[in-house]
Write a protein that binds this ligand. Structure first.
Ligand code: COS
Length: 379
């Protein structure tokens, strides 16, 4: 059983502690699922998480931000049990993030569906030539008649191919670079929206490159104001970046927990492995890394929940530290499991594959360093 002492920290309150108990019991009964068909597994996970009521925490439905500590707690718990369950949960929040924070009442009607598990959502920001450099988005949205026509390409879109609804960022040209972007709500059956390619990655999940081919949208598809798309994207990422750190924290806790079992049971040189100081050194580094990540993740989440206007710096620190540390913790777990650590299907081998992408998506570690350095230098 992983260390749960963090639940007593002052960043969390009794509602979080009750939710942690409820979710732990649900995970023990339902996870992990079979990952052999990721589309079907994700659809089933969204439906199950919706039915159990957990997806209602991905958005509020009244224009306010969701409780970030709740998102973090759910993500770290799901990730500890099954990375695909964490993915299915998280994308419902990220995909609908622009609608949750900036949508009209009519647009927010979609939230009833994504919060119940009746619809799957996706966040379409990245492009082949614009991943870290969001201000460089090339997809174009032109005003046409009463609405918009969009042309371009989006890639690395999680849930691409299985989503029922997308939030899509495009250049509308009110100003140069970051000042000329807008965000749109796009049902998956919109003519001109095509899945150009499904993408296979280290830890498989639904992922696609999308082509927008003269895609027509009505005027009311615009989310927030035209020209505010960059700020919308950054506000959504500010909210969800600490939750990526939370998922990494869940993977790291699982790796530590598996390692503690291993070093207690495995005999080496006539004694349990854990008696060796070399092994204790690894265990100490892993435990310290996990706690430091948890402190940064729940600090960022608590700040947002208690009214901070912007948490770019704290969310960047949480994501950077938790994902980089989880990679090291999991690597140590693989090492201490010897041959089993790299055996296909072993929990440590799975964690080793699961963690890698988290250092890249929703802002690569390098981008988080830019955000932190700019904040530290006051600009
Ligand atoms: N909230 C609100 N506004 C923000 C903001 C935030 N978190 N971050 C920046 N802005 C505003 C800035 O204040 C600035 O406004 P003014 O022009 O009025 O001064 C404007 O947006 C442009 O900001 P900035 O100059 O910092 O933009 P850059 O082009 O330098 O980009 C980075 C900054 C690199 C941090 C940004 O592009 C980024 O986060 N990239 C990673 C994207 C990412 O996560 N991709 C993954 C896709 S989702 S899986």
């Amino acid at each position: 059983m992983p260390d749960r002492s963090f639940l007593a920290w002052p960043f969390l309150d009794d509602s979080h502690r009750a939710l942690a108990e409820q979710l732990e019991a649900w995970c023990a009964a339902h996870l992990p699922v079979d990952h052999s068909g990721v589309d079907g597994a994700c659809r089933a996970l969204v439906a199950a998480l919706g039915e159990a009521g957990f997806l209602r925490h991905t958005a509020t439905g009244d224009g306010t931000a969701p409780d970030v500590r709740t998102l973090c707690l759910i993500r770290e718990t799901l990730a500890r049990h099954d990375g695909l369950a964490d993915f299915a949960f998280a994308m419902q929040g990220l995909g609908m993030g622009p609608v949750t924070l900036f949508g009209t009442d009519a647009q927010r009607a979609w939230l009833e569906q994504t919060r119940s598990g009746a619809a799957i959502s996706a966040f379409a920001l990245s492009e082949p030539a614009s991943g870290s450099d969001v201000a460089n988005i090339a997809t174009e949205a032109r005003r046409e008649g009463n609405g918009w026509a969009l042309d371009g390409e989006k890639t690395w879109i999680s849930n691409g191919g299985i989503a029922d609804v997308y939030t899509v960022f495009a250049r509308t040209g009110e100003g140069p670079g970051a000042k000329g972007l807008s965000c749109f709500l796009v049902p998956a059956d919109t003519p001109g929206l095509e899945v150009a390619e499904r993408l296979a990655v280290t830890a498989p999940h639904p992922l696609a490159r999308l082509r927008l081919n003269g895609m027509r949208l009505p005027a009311d598809a615009l989310i927030g104001e035209a020209g505010r798309g960059f700020r919308i994207a950054m506000s959504v990422l500010d909210l969800f970046r600490s939750t990526v750190g939370a998922a990494a924290l869940g993977f790291a806790r699982r790796a530590l927990d598996e390692t503690l079992g291993r070093v207690r049971e495995r005999q080496l040189f006539g004694a349990p492995m854990g008696a060796l100081q070399m092994v204790q050194g690894h265990v100490a580094d892993m435990a310290l890394g996990v706690d430091a990540s948890a402190l940064l993740v729940y600090r960022a989440a608590w700040l947002k929940d208690t009214g901070a206007a912007r948490i770019s710096r704290e969310a960047a620190m949480a994501k950077l530290h938790a994902t980089e540390t989880a990679q090291k913790v999991i690597d140590a777990a693989v090492q201490l499991h010897g041959g089993d650590g790299v055996r296909a299907g072993h929990i440590t081998e799975r964690l080793y594959r699961e963690i890698r992408a988290l250092r890249i998506y929703e802002g690569a570690s390098d981008v988080q360093k830019v955000v932190i350095a700019r904040a530290a230098m006051g600009g």
